[in-house]
Design a protein around this ligand. Structure first.
Ligand SMILES: Cc1cc2nc3c(=O)[nH]c(=O)nc-3n(C[C@H](O)[C@H](O)[C@H](O)COP(=O)(O)O)c2cc1C
Length: 349
């Protein structure tokens, strides 16, 4: 299981069921998740601590709370959301339930000159306490949060968690660019003071961006992410732009098709019994380089994972096919510049 699968399984544990304490292995997984999380903006200093739930104002029946501290710089809330959601999904993978707890308070408001931002409550949870059917969770429709081509991700990323389930995101897909906005409209949560709503919703957007990237990668997209210098005005705030969206798979498929074509050509030449030696040698050199490259291994792994179109001809990825062909070509008599050399010990007429 990975981050993508955890999206389907995660839910907010507003109350944690009776639970076993975290094991040493769980604690190690928590430490590793914290260490592995990468920031959206590496120039912003952050620290993540942990304390027993009893040392916070949280009363959800959790065992611990993760405490997020940050420098107060532009984009710091989005950055914390992005980091925290990575940890959230990694913990879910480990069977640890989580709750982003916006209203949680802690005495230690400053740590190493950084300010307390938010906490995530955590505790071990049985498998059946996690979400069994994500699509039954309450969310706005794809149409309300996404414009343009859905890229196979819009229907999943909308299940990102958000404070009071406000879901303050709007994503616009135009050509090879995705633009993500934070909606400034309070919606039905107008009762929350505007400043608090903005605070939480910026964290929500960081969470959403991380999930969006997980979904894009899962669908095979490569992209370049840009964070705006200026937030923008009006009813929406620009949060991030994803440019040069390219399905890496297209590259994979085109590559497999090219080498498959070369392999079939080489096989046909061998079968003809009278191959053009120069051309065959060029083809086998290309095939041999592919076979020993990381690309062949990656393409093989894509095939094993069932991610290639079923109708794609791919003998070139079979375990022995390419190897046997290269061996057969090697067994041919060596060639001179003008063609095949005569077999040793025989005279050509
Ligand atoms: C930034 C943030 C703050 C949150 N704060 C609280 C909170 O203080 N108390 C609470 O019970 N849930 C809190 N939640 C959980 C949301 O209510 C929950 O994510 C939302 O209702 C969607 O439900 P789900 O997470 O189960 O999918 C928070 C979530 C986020 C992302």
């Amino acid at each position: 299981m990975g981050a993508y699968e955890s999206i389907f399984k995660r839910r907010s544990f507003h109350r944690f069921p009776d639970h076993e304490p975290l094991t040493d292995a769980d604690m190690q997984a928590v430490r590793e998740a914290i260490a592995a999380a990468t920031p959206l903006d590496p120039t912003i200093q952050t620290k993540i601590g942990m304390c027993p739930e009893a040392e916070t104002s949280c009363h959800c029946g959790a065992e611990y709370c993760l405490l997020f501290y940050s420098e107060d710089k532009p984009g710091y809330l989005q950055n914390i959301g992005y980091i925290g959601e990575q940890i959230d999904l990694m913990l879910v993978e480990q069977g640890i339930g989580t709750l982003w707890y916006g209203f949680g308070k802690i005495d230690e408001k400053r740590r190493d000159n950084l300010s307390f931002v938010i906490m995530i409550a955590i505790a071990k949870a049985p498998q059946d306490a996690f979400r069994q059917n994500m699509f039954a969770a309450k969310r706005k429709s794809v149409r309300d949060g996404w414009q343009g081509d859905t890229l196979g991700v819009a229907g999943i990323v909308r299940f990102a968690p958000s404070a009071c389930n406000t879901q303050p995101w709007l994503t616009v897909c135009e050509g090879d660019t995705l633009t993500v906005y934070r909606s400034k409209k309070a919606g039905k949560y107008g009762l929350l003071p505007a400043r608090l709503l903005t605070y939480f919703n910026r964290i929500d957007i960081g969470i959403y961006l991380y999930m969006l990237e997980v979904c894009l990668r899962h669908e095979g997209f490569a992209f370049v992410r840009e964070l705006p210098d200026k937030a923008g005005d009006g009813a929406t705030e620009l949060a991030a732009v994803y440019r040069d969206l390219k399905r890496q798979q297209e590259g994979t498929i085109a590559r497999i098709a090219r080498y498959e074509g070369l392999m079939q050509k080489a096989e046909a030449m061998l079968a003809s019994g009278d191959p053009d030696a120069g051309e065959l040698q060029d083809i086998t050199a290309a095939l041999s380089a592919y076979y020993s490259s990381r690309y062949w291994k990656e393409d093989f792994a894509e095939d094993e994972a069932g991610r290639l179109p079923p109708d794609l001809s791919r003998g070139v990825l079979s375990e022995d096919g390419l190897y046997d062909l290269l061996q057969a070509c090697k067994a041919l008599p060596r060639r001179s510049k003008s063609g095949l050399n005569a077999p040793q010990g025989k005279t050509s007429s």
